[in-house]
Design a protein around this ligand. Structure first.
Ligand SMILES: C[S@@+](CC[C@H](N)C(=O)[O-])C[C@H]1O[C@@H](n2cnc3c(N)ncnc32)[C@H](O)[C@@H]1O
Length: 331
């Protein structure tokens, strides 16, 4: 943890200021081992291996603990980086562009392995704070510790230990994995200062009926419950099907006749969007869809209501890849 982060932290229990104490290890840039104590309620939060820990995973509800365990494993295994993350991320947060981040205080709700935290730091944010509940923070910290403006914390999105001083908060692919997605959205929005901005990307209910009908029951009853190491191998079979289809059918067909034939293919927009990725990334995507204990598919109407609930203005809600919703607005 960089000491500068203290300025933006607040006790998740009472909102009080946090004080650093008991530092036993540091590397010149980061406090590696120490404690944070609330000046008001005296709650204590350890800093271990460079990361402030605000969520005691062993005290979580069972559904959140299972989600954290599975995603923690996922992001400690799939640590690869990919040039295409750049465009993929901008696709999830459009109309935000890379220039938008300049000099902003940014909060990421559910940073996973830190791939977007890294990009935001490189795009000139004043500070970017990536928060995640799971052990994915270990990967995120390793990936960002060399970046002077990047910070990683382990925290529950429902109880973010952050002051309401954020210029821009975003969450990509996280809210729909929460027991209550709407509550996560409200919690993230609550950290954005007046006049700041918010982005959220969630799975859509529309056009995903085949997933909710056929894939979700299998995910809930089987694939999210088995050992991730076993799932890693089992998921190679569906990955092989996706890989062959995207490389041999979707990509080539989208290149002929201006894509007029390809647009009749099943789930074309999404499969085309991932067709440029190699095996490892496609395996990550397939694994990601099978490992989550909880996944909600959110109808447009419900998503629109979320933005009304926070009285957001200048709201833009767009259908992305024909299977998901991306929203952006001023808070
Ligand atoms: C599908 S991953 C997406 C990660 C990242 N946004 C990305 O796109 O690379 C979902 C992430 O949400 C995190 N997560 C799940 N529940 C959470 C919670 N209650 N608070 C914070 N993060 C949570 C998981 O640990 C996981 O890293």
């Amino acid at each position: 943890m960089r000491k500068r982060l203290l300025k933006y932290l607040a006790c998740p229990a009472c909102g009080g200021s946090l004080e650093l104490s008991g530092v036993t290890a540091s590397d010149g840039s980061h406090v590696l081992e120490g404690d944070l104590a609330c000046a008001s309620c005296r709650a204590q939060f350890p800093i271990t291996r460079g990361i402030p820990r605000f969520a005691a995973v062993e005290r979580l509800d069972a559904d959140k603990a299972a989600t954290a365990a599975n995603f923690g494993w996922q992001w400690q295994h799939f640590t690869q980086e990919d040039q295409k993350y750049n465009d993929q991320f901008l696709g999830w947060i459009a109309p935000v562009t890379s220039e938008f981040f300049q000099d902003k205080i940014v909060l990421e709700g559910g940073c996973g392995k830190g791939r977007h935290t890294q990009l935001v730091a490189a795009w000139g944010a004043k500070e970017v704070i990536g928060a995640d509940l799971s052990a994915a923070v270990e990967t995120a910290f390793a990936a960002t510790r060399h970046l002077d403006n990047a910070h990683v914390i382990q925290a529950d999105i429902y109880q973010l230990p952050i002051k309401k001083e954020v210029d821009y908060a975003f969450s990509v692919g996280v809210l729909h994995h929460l027991p209550d997605a709407h509550r996560g959205f409200l919690s993230l929005a609550a950290k954005v200062k007046s006049g700041g901005h918010l982005s959220a990307w969630v799975y859509g209910a529309e056009n995903n009926e085949w997933i909710t009908r056929w894939v979700s029951p299998m995910r809930e009853r089987l694939t999210s419950r088995i050992n991730p190491r076993v799932l890693l191998h089992l998921s190679k079979l569906p990955t092989a099907l996706v890989y062959l289809a995207t490389k041999l059918v979707y990509r080539p067909l989208n290149r002929v006749a201006g894509g007029r034939v390809a647009r009749y293919l099943f789930y074309n927009d999404y499969l085309l969007a991932i067709s440029g990725f190699g095996w490892k990334e496609q395996h990550t995507i397939v694994f990601d869809h099978l490992v989550a204990p909880t996944a909600h598919y959110i109808p447009r109407e419900e998503f629109e209501q979320w933005w009304r609930d926070i009285d957001a203005t200048e709201v833009s809600i767009q259908w992305h890849n024909q299977n998901s919703w991306r929203g952006f607005g001023r808070v």
